[in-house]
Write a protein that binds this ligand. Structure first.
Ligand code: SDX
Length: 431
């Protein structure tokens, strides 16, 4: 966006400097410090980038105070209601909702690349049975840079587009194969007459010896969850994708790095950590009060997984959609599962306890998504893999936007050095 001609003045060492103010399409404002170091010899310092914009982007808008999330200007609630995941992926990556022909062409380009090179199956054989699916996912996605090396140049428009189709197509297959490997069942190959979500569920839960009929509510729930996870601005894993991709490495290695960042319990790993937390509380005599106290104790590292958010200081709009999906599925499938009862009680407490209310620690998307995945029969270790499946179009969209930008440069932040000043080496015999 252009500046509005507005500037801020900086008084430094008796000198006055002017910095431009950038204004986004939603009125969000930024002080452009692009010339700060050249002008003043000073850098900014902002641990965790809580106050720092690393780029301008047209992909996703989040208003944390109002609980608003839009992909390319469309509200997440409307996309969840009216679109499917491949349509949303197209929107995120190419910037507009597709026509029927564009969508069919996009789906066709994905369908024809769902198979993995047969040699890639041997990679799985090298993993021990206890290998975490996120470790497998990052390793096998990274191996696409070997098997699909003819699509490795991000500056070549054709290679870039084909790498995008192949990455979208193969992620569900790679994910499902890692699950089958972990339970010792044969791999189920993609069936290209199925939709993206149907194909994934079939590869996850079908067995060669029986016909697999999938519940339409499961397919719908998965489709919604993938849409809700598809993008979220400059979150940890997307910023990782931009950082790694800025070196002009191939898309596959870039996505592999995003998978690694997402695995962390503070980020995409929170859905699995949330179920772990609920299991721990159940195993500990369902002593909810003890864990609420632990979460509130500044000296205790325990956090309520699935609560709080760096940006949303109101309610995570995705959590609202997730909560309604959760309710519908619980009515049909939950029975008297004690974990669901516990989750509802935990939510009620957190939404009324002053500690959480004052810090605006509302349930985030990871609180409900873990519960939904559990109902769908997805094993806990695969929850973050599903998050990666959903976030893939967002990662790709940011990677493509960066490569299309005339201002693209390799990401290379500076630091404030606080270590030793220069000193002489004391010879070993004297140390
Ligand atoms: C995702 O960035 C994204 O967009 C992420 C994501 C996406 O789509 O990509 O939305 C997906 O990662 C959602 C978040 C999933 N993570 C969790 O559910 C893990 C539990 N949440 C917390 O770890 C925490 O809330 C974070 C990491 C999500 C946010 O951390 P911040 O913004 O750095 O907040 P903070 O640690 O500075 O906390 C502020 C205060 C602190 O207390 P005080 O020092 O003020 O006394 O709130 C407390 C924190 O101790 N706090 C919590 C808490 N989260 C924050 N206390 C108990 N339980 C929690 N969950």
């Amino acid at each position: 966006m252009g500046t509005a001609g507005e500037t801020v003045r900086l008084l430094l060492g008796g000198k006055e400097y002017e910095l431009p103010v950038r204004i986004g399409t939603e009125g969000n404002r930024a002080i452009d410090v692009g010339q700060l170091y050249a002008m003043t010899g000073h850098i900014t310092l902002d641990e965790g980038y809580a106050n720092t914009g690393t780029t301008m982007s047209t992909i996703c808008y989040v208003d944390g105070e109002k609980g608003v999330l839009r992909y390319r200007g469309y509200r997440i609630e409307a996309l969840a209601e009216q679109c499917d995941f491949t349509e949303t992926a197209y929107l995120l990556i190419f910037g507009e909702l597709p026509t029927a022909d564009q969508l069919e062409d996009f789906r066709g380009n994905i369908r024809r690349h769902t198979l993995l090179h047969e040699g890639m199956k041997t990679i799985y054989d090298g993993f021990p049975p206890y290998a975490h699916p996120m470790a497998i996912l990052s390793a096998v996605v990274g191996a696409l840079a070997i098997y699909d090396k003819e699509f490795n140049d991000p500056r070549d428009v054709t290679q870039r587009r084909l790498a995008i189709y192949r990455m979208l197509a193969k992620m569900p297959t790679i994910a499902a194969f890692s699950y089958k490997r972990s339970i010792g069942q044969p791999y189920i190959y993609p069936q290209n007459h199925l939709t993206y979500c149907q194909n994934f569920l079939n590869m996850m839960f079908a067995v060669p010896s029986e016909k697999y009929s999938m519940d339409v509510d499961f397919v719908d729930a998965l489709n919604l969850l993938l849409i809700l996870h598809a993008d979220h601005g400059q979150n940890c894993s997307t910023s990782t994708v931009r950082m790694v991709g800025s070196s002009n490495v191939n898309l596959f290695s870039t996505i592999s790095a995003g998978v690694c960042a997402l695995w962390g319990a503070l980020h995409g790993g929170a859905n699995e950590a949330c179920i772990d937390m609920l299991e721990t509380i159940l195993a500990d005599g369902r002593n909810l009060g003890k864990y609420i106290d632990k979460a509130k104790d500044p000296n205790d590292p325990f956090r309520l997984m699935g609560f709080g958010h760096r940006v949303y200081k109101n309610y995570d709009p995705r959590a609202k959609v997730c909560k309604s999906i959760c309710g519908r599925l619980l009515d049909r499938f939950a029975g008297d599962d004690p974990m669901f009862e516990l989750a509802k009680e935990l939510e009620e407490i957190a939404l009324s306890d002053p500690y959480f209310v004052q810090r605006k620690l509302f349930p985030n998307i990871d609180f409900y998504s873990g519960i939904i995945y559990r109902i769908l029969g997805i094993p806990k270790e695969m929850f973050t893999v599903l998050f990666a499946l959903g976030r893939l179009p967002g990662w790709i969209a940011h990677w493509r936007e960066m490569h299309l930008s005339p201002d693209k440069r390799i990401h290379r932040p500076r630091q404030l050095y606080t270590g030793h000043t220069e000193r002489e080496i004391v010879p070993l015999i004297k140390r």
